[in-house]
Design a protein around this ligand. Sequence first.
Ligand code: UDX
Length: 443
Amino acid sequence: MALTVSVIGIGYLGSVHAACMADLGHTVIAVDVDAEKIAALAGGHSPIYEPGLDELLARVLPTGRLTFTTELADAAAADVHFICVGTPQREGEPAADVSAVFAVGEGLAPYLRGDALVVGKSTVPVGTAAALRARMQQRALEGVSVRLAWNPEFLQEGHAITDTVSPNRFVYGVDPRTRDADVALLDEVYAVPLSAGMPRIVTDYATAELVKVAANAFLATKISFINAMSEVCEAAGGDVVALADAIGADERIGRAFLGAGVGFGGGCLPKDIRAFMARAGELGADQALTFLREVDAINFRRRSRMVDLAREELGGSLRDRRVTVLGAAFKPDSDDVRDSPALDVAQACRSAGAKVVVHDPKAVGTARAAHPLLECTEDLEAALRGAEIVLLLTAWRQYRDMDPGWAVTLVETPTVVDGRNALDVGSWRAAGWRYRALGRPTI
Ligand code: UDX
């Protein structure tokens, strides 16, 4: 049965979630405090680059099932309220800032109907759901017993729509007092994907909150594991790509997320592992997660190694040398530059005196906003022209498909450092390039 749902917080998660809920047939009221963002989305323009999102908006907006507002009061009619606000890292601290989650919950509480269900989707430190429910209860109307569930999302930027409508599992963290009714209502929300056989796990608040951060901690660990192997390969003359293929063939290990290179960035993995460590410390379980400090450190070392490799290739100094950085986004198919390894390396080269030009097919706008002093362009030819070294730092298809025979005619010196192990070594070397990569032997 189609429901009326509100989606509060229209960032990466919320904008995709709202559009997907409308596409599943629900009536959606999307709420955000940012009037500019709301106006853009209502006009069919997504404020982020996410493949398929503009097309999805064009499909659902004419149905009238997706409306936007800046007023929480407009969400009062909803059967289900999704909280999708951000939980960024606190300024100067490893812990997550959950103030937006509490502000939204407390703001919504007086408008709640007795039969409505609030569903948290934001990534939060364990314990937040229980605290939020108590705080909302204090502000709810008399006679209303607040119903809250935690339903983490696992969306990967660049695949956000598929990950929302067909994730590989649904996780419901529910209150034992209202368990059956809450599960039944969530099952109605996700009736379409559930009918396709999608598994769902029903558990308590704490486990549901932990599932999300544990999944991200595991993924970050997997990436740092292969990057640690990359360091050993560099010392021993081994090839980390062949090593990843070989260990990844064992299905207990799996090849996914064994992509060695400049490591992980983005709005989730780095801040989630730090917030997880901080929360474990508060709970007295800090020893259990000290290994994540090492995971974070390995990740950062890869960025410095990239700068060192560039310096080494340029004869010992980056001063006044023309460096082309391919990629600004933290990963391909996204314009997100939050904690982007590519921009970090570009900035470090610039600080060391290099003349850096950054190219990205989609993230030039966000890169300029984050680093106004970095020269950024969407023109690949212009970016390559005159380069004394090319650093590939985001594995966009455009770079993987680039003809090395064309690129070699533009640069001053044909040296490429492949920071994502994304290029075909043979064809780049055959076109006259000196090819270096992280964790691979130099020829
Ligand atoms: C991540 C989780 O994958 C997702 O489930 C969660 O909901 C949010 O956080 P996302 O941040 O979109 O998603 O990116 P992801 O695809 O996980 O990549 C994270 C970073 O790791 C990127 O910088 C990527 O380039 C890097 N990465 C990924 C590697 O360095 N090697 C790999 O093998 C895979």
